[in-house]
Ligand binder design. Structure first.
Ligand SMILES: O=C(O)CCC(=O)C(=O)O
Length: 383
């Protein structure tokens, strides 16, 4: 913080005028309900392809809003993704060590516990890795896996683009910031994302179960095609949250009968849409529950990502041999928009994002505090 002076700095004046203009007002516009986007199946491909959902699974996806598919992905593909995670953790350990933030790199630990040890020494290490958003080749290979895309084609149609919101979840044991409360994915995006089906595959890199923090979905919560009023932010996190009473009031969810705990074995995936309420359970095990959440949609529709990054075309009818151009995804990654690119920012466990301007802030914490004054790199470039 610089010294106070009588004259507001140019930066402060700009902020004040932005607040007066309420440049985020468009984020609070209520969208018309879009039930069909989530319940109407697109025309199905005529050709039979490996991995495709059967009729019952497809019906579940559009009717219940989710489906768990076991034994889908090649285990070798996922084991390679795990190796890539090991490398990301190693890179993080080196950065923390070089920055003097840890004294032990915990090189004797492995996939299931190294990050937990790093996080004990530098609280927030697991968040730093989550928000780092580095997309290694091995994750790209999962994202563009033929079997996955064969399913996605059934959910969004034959033209398929990867959505820029993706995550490697680094769910170390018993950690509040990695336990995601009830939300609809649409709540993190611009309101217009409600107008387009975005299909998510949630892919655990271990057997995910209720003890280590698998997902829970509110079956049928997508049918009204609305984004419920979320509140910002849950506990000490950056997550927006649907108050439980609103799940029933606004979405008609029966909180006893409609909740489904989705255990997903290694090799399987949980498919969701962007309007289905879901949350993740706490990790009570002593192993890290890593997972990837990857999204796709039609390429001709806006991705609702605040104009920050384009989607990446992954499959098109026009060219069966289409080669993916990953450059848009390789550039700034998932959570990077919020940070200035100083080295220290890159190791900061604070997460600030535009969704904080969309919902009422009912609870402030270290993540929300900077939201009203923090100028993201993207915002600076666009103001
Ligand atoms: O992996 C988790 O714990 C939460 C994932 C999630 O909520 C999401 O992908 O939207």
């Amino acid at each position: 913080m610089g010294k106070e002076s009588d004259e507001p700095s140019a930066k402060v004046s700009k902020l004040q005028s932005d607040i007066q203009e309420d440049r985020y007002a468009y984020l609070r516009i209520k969208q018309d309900p879009q039930p069909k986007v989530y319940t109407q199946m697109p025309k199905q491909p005529k050709e039979k392809k490996p991995g495709q959902l059967n009729k019952e699974q497809l019906k579940d996806f559009f009717d219940k809003g989710f489906v768990v598919v076991e034994d889908l992905l090649d285990k070798e593909l996922l084991l390679k993704a795990r190796k890539a995670v090991d490398k990301l953790v190693d890179d993080l350990a080196n950065k923390l060590y070089d920055a003097g933030k840890i004294t032990n790199k915990h090189e004797d630990k492995g996939f299931s516990d190294r990050l937990t040890h790093l996080d004990k020494e530098f609280p927030g290490a697991a968040v730093v890795l989550l928000k780092g958003g580095v997309l290694p080749e091995e994750f790209k290979n999962v994202w563009s896996d033929d079997k996955l895309l064969n399913i996605v084609e059934q959910l969004v149609g034959p033209e398929v683009a990867g959505h820029p919101l993706w995550n490697l979840r680094t769910k170390i044991p018993q950690n509040e910031e990695l336990t995601v409360p009830w939300h609809q994915d649409n709540a993190y995006l611009e309101p217009r994302s409600l107008e387009v089906m975005q299909a998510t595959a949630w892919i655990p890199l271990i057997n995910a179960n209720k003890n280590n923090g698998c997902m829970v979905v509110a079956s049928g919560g997508h049918r009204k095609g609305i984004t419920v009023d979320h509140q910002c932010c849950a506990g000490g996190t950056w997550y927006v949250e649907i108050p439980e009473a609103e799940m029933t009031k606004q979405l008609g969810i029966d909180m006893e009968k409609d909740l489904v705990v989705c255990e997903v074995p290694f090799g399987g995936a949980l498919f969701l849409n962007n309007a289905i309420p879901h949350k993740s359970l706490q990790n009570f095990s002593d192993e890290i529950r890593y997972s990837l959440d990857l999204r796709w949609q039609r390429p001709d529709k806006d991705n609702g990502f605040y104009g920050m990054r384009d989607s990446v075309l992954m499959r098109t009818r026009k060219d069966p041999n289409y080669k993916i151009d990953w450059s848009a995804m390789d550039a700034p990654a998932a959570y990077k928009w919020q940070m200035d690119e100083t080295e220290d920012d890159k190791l900061s466990p604070i997460v600030v994002g535009p969704w904080m301007h969309r919902w009422e802030i009912v609870h402030h914490n270290r993540h929300t505090k900077p939201a009203s004054s923090y100028r993201t790199k993207w915002e600076k470039a666009n103001s």
